[in-house]
Unconditional design. Structure first.
Length: 302
């Protein structure tokens, strides 16, 4: 497979069809490993932010529990909304790039209408994979805890090679799921048929898929870092001010204003990056499935 041709074509489609950037922004809502703005964790300890600590101490009895329950419900609602929006964005983006590769151009409304019929199957696939990952995580957690208790921690040391093996396996699984998504949208297959078709293509073309996966992960990582770097620079002084006690009002207002000003740039950059990455995966699928230009054609099962 000509990697340079796929990447050039993906950028050409991304730049010439700017309406797809909107779908790229939506697709980023449901992307986690593919999201260019990788989640930043910030761990705090008691006393690190005295201003916030004093605010919680002044709450009436029982209010903290209600706040926690409300926050949990809010998080679940946000996750659901992001899942739906992300799935809509992914289906529209894949369908739009697929159409643009065939016809040369695609509008936002056309990409949206082409992706909408595949929304139910794409959402079902996402929920199915999420449930499988949750069950697997619970099984692994139980095994780790049981092994640690029975062997007094020695069993955990023996599991280190297995844990290291899970990293490349997760990498391959992520690429495999990209092919499942494209099988659903590009070829209009059912959920389980798409799993079979994706396995057929990935197993027959494992080398090219891994190479393309490494390229796109590096592109997403570098692009995502460049996008969030100004955000880190903007929020760091505010966090320092919060940790030092009562934050100056000017610092808080200035930080919020800078965030609001940079937010459109962050969203636009994220949309471009997501469009390019999803576009490259769609073009890779098309080439390997024999639907585009030079490809390693793999026949359909049955």
């Amino acid at each position: 497979m000509d990697y340079g041709d796929v990447l050039r074509r993906a950028w050409d489609i991304t730049w010439k069809n700017k309406g797809l950037w909107i779908l790229g922004i939506l697709a980023g809502c449901g992307a986690n490993g593919g999201n260019p703005s990788q989640s930043l964790s910030w761990q705090t300890s008691q006393g690190e932010f005295p201003f916030l600590d004093r605010s919680f101490e002044n709450l009436p009895p029982g209010s903290l529990e209600l706040i926690i329950i409300g926050l949990i419900c809010l998080v679940l609602l946000i996750v659901l909304v992001f899942l739906v929006l992300g799935t809509l964005g992914q289906t529209g983006l894949i369908a739009g790039v697929n159409h643009a590769d065939e016809e040369g151009a695609v509008s936002l409304s056309r990409a949206w209408s082409l992706g909408l019929p595949h929304f139910g199957r794409m959402l079902g696939m996402t929920l199915l994979v999420g449930a499988a990952v949750l069950v697997l995580a619970l099984v692994v957690a139980v095994v780790l805890v049981a092994g640690s208790i029975v062997t007094v921690g020695v069993g955990l040391i023996c599991l280190i090679p297995l844990i290291c093996l899970m990293v490349p396996l997760a990498f391959v699984a992520q690429m495999y799921l990209k092919f499942v998504q494209n099988s659903i949208v590009v070829e209009g297959r059912g959920i389980f048929d798409s799993f079979q078709r994706a396995w057929q293509l990935v197993s027959a073309n494992l080398g090219p898929v891994i190479v393309m996966g490494i390229i796109l992960i590096l592109v997403a990582a570098v692009g995502g870092f460049l996008l969030v770097l100004p955000m880190i620079a903007l929020t760091f002084p505010l966090l320092v001010a919060l940790s030092s006690g009562e934050p100056p009002q000017g610092t808080v207002v200035g930080g919020v204003l800078c965030f609001v000003v940079y937010l459109p740039v962050l969203l636009a950059g994220s949309g471009v990056l997501q469009t390019f990455v999803y576009g490259a995966w769609t073009l890779t699928y098309r080439r390997l499935a024999g639907l585009g230009m030079t490809a390693v054609a793999v026949p359909s099962p049955g």
